[in-house]
Each structure stands twice: as C-alpha cells, then as structure tokens.
Write a protein that binds this ligand. Structure first.
Ligand SMILES: Cc1cc2nc3c(=O)[nH]c(=O)nc-3n(C[C@H](O)[C@H](O)[C@H](O)COP(=O)(O)O)c2cc1C
Length: 266
C-alpha cells in the first residue's frame, strides 16, 4: 500500500508541476500582454516589478533588518499630546498623502476595506469642536462646565481632526457573505479601524506633529453627518485631534512587563 501511495503522490506532484508549467506559460503570455515590460520578472506569481532582485531591492531588504528598530522608535515616539496649536509644520497635502497611504495599506478582515475617514482642517475643524461644545453645553452640569469648556477650547486650538468611521454596509455585506463569521465582523471592523487610528497617530507624530485621540461619538454623529454629507452607513468611532506641539507629552506609568507578557518555547 505504502509504496503505491508514494508513487501516486509523486505522480500527482509531477502532474501538478506540469500543470503549473502550463499555467506559468499562460501567466507569462498574460503578463507579457498586461504588464509594462520594464516591470516584468516572469515569475509564476504576479506581474512583479523588475526591482525585486535588483541591487536596490537587496539594499531595501537589508535595510528591513534594521527597520524594525526604526519602526519601534516611531512606536515609542507616539504619545498623547493635548497642548496643540494651529501651526502645521507639514503641509496639508502631506497630511492627506499620509492619510491616503494609511487607508490603502492598513489591513482589514477579508480585505473588506471597511475603514472610512474624514479629515478636517482649519475652519472645518473649528466647526466640529463648536458643535461638540454646543451639544455638551446642553447636557453637562453647570458646575462641571468650566472643565469641559477648557477641554473643548483645547481641541479647537489644534489645527485639524481626523474622524474615523467604519462602513456598516460593508460589515453587513460580509456578514451575509460569510455567515459563519457573522458575529465577528463588527469586532473585526472595529479592530481594523483601531489599526488605522494607530497608523495615523504614529505617522503624524513621526512628522513632528502632536495628536490626541477622542471619542465624542455618538454625541456629534448627527451634526457631523449633516455638515459633511456623511453616508448614513458610516459609523463614527473616534476623532484624532492634531496640530503643532505646544507642550510635552505627560509622564506615563508602565506596569511590570512580566505581568503583561508570556513566552513559550524560546
Ligand atoms: C482605544 C483608546 C481610547 C482612548 N480614548 C481616549 C479619549 O477618549 N480621550 C483621551 O483624552 N485620550 C484617549 N486615549 C489616550 C490614552 O489615554 C493614552 O493613549 C494613554 O494614556 C497612554 O498615553 P500615550 O498615548 O501618551 O502613550 C485613548 C487611547 C486608546 C488606545
């Protein structure tokens, strides 16, 4: 029995190889027809850029070895900055570029791409915090108002706000498509949203700006939707206030690492 299984496995493997050789050929013809010639590598995977094995790519790969440290420096550098001003030390175009990159490259479950973003600069940012102030004024007890008003002015004093949403239509679509995971998609959408929040918080800090993360949803949801024409399926999750740094990040306690990390098999 055993040798026979081995023989048939070997046969299947060779069949597979010859099938993939055929499909490689088909791939090459397709790639030759569809990929710019200067980008072709003619590997069996995708239309890969020619720089994959070029000296530049090798340099990039060897830099990658040190880039975990560079990345971790950015991770350490990200902090909550409350004292912000309206002086943007990078252009609005640069911020939009960063946001676009974050949208394109932040992962989502099943690549569902449920994240949605609204960026407000200048007067539009002021408007948001004006709405929040008006809404809170109506509900915050008079003796707590001073503190709240100061906080609102602090946010308004920043240069901009990034608002993070997930698209509920996408969540619904994936719940229907993959019913077995239906109860997971809301959590996964929130996790993907948290990832893009973190990417942008870290990236803006890396650019020398300061930022802090706020949650004035659902209080401001209606006003935001009406003012900036937000589709009803977009659900607001968080607001990242950003601007020039007008102060330092506060001290930060750390619980012992041993309470927070387990390793097995090292
Ligand atoms: C999921 C999450 C929610 C947060 N919500 C708020 C918030 O609503 N308001 C606020 O001022 N800070 C908020 N923060 C900021 C945290 O208080 C802050 O990140 C934490 O104290 C650690 O400080 P650091 O950001 O300087 O590292 C939030 C942070 C996270 C990760």
């Amino acid at each position: 029995m055993r040798p026979q299984i081995l023989t048939s496995a070997a046969f299947s493997l060779s069949r597979f190889s010859s099938t993939s050789a055929t499909s490689n050929l088909a791939f090459k013809s397709l790639a030759a027809a569809t990929c710019p010639s200067y980008k072709l590598l003619f590997t069996p995977s995708v239309c890969q850029p020619a720089y994959v094995s070029s000296p530049a790519q090798k340099r990039f790969q060897s830099n990658m070895a040190t880039n975990a440290n560079a990345f971790l420096e950015l991770v350490k550098n990200r902090r909550t900055y409350y004292a912000l001003n309206k002086e943007l030390t990078v252009s609005k175009e640069r911020i939009q570029e960063i946001v676009k990159e974050a949208i394109l490259h932040t992962p989502s479950s099943f690549n569902s791409q449920s994240n949605r973003i609204l960026v407000l600069f200048g007067a539009e940012h002021d408007k948001l915090w004006g709405f929040a102030t008006d809404i809170l004024k109506a509900i915050v007890p008079a003796d707590a108002w001073e503190h709240t008003a100061q906080r609102m002015n602090m946010f308004k004093g920043a240069a901009g706000t990034i608002l993070f949403f997930h698209d509920q239509n996408v969540v619904n679509e994936y719940q229907e498509k993959f019913a077995i995971y239906a109860d997971k998609f809301p959590t996964w959408a929130a996790q993907s949203d948290a990832m893009i929040q973190y990417v942008l918080w870290t990236a803006l800090t890396a650019e020398g700006l300061g930022a802090n993360l706020q949650h004035y949803n659902p209080l401001v949801d209606e006003k935001v939707a009406a003012e900036w024409n937000i589709p009803s399926s977009w659900k607001l999750n968080a607001q990242l206030v950003f601007g020039g740094r007008a102060g330092e990040a506060g001290p930060k306690d750390q619980k012992p690492i041993e309470e927070r990390l387990k390793v097995a098999g090292a």
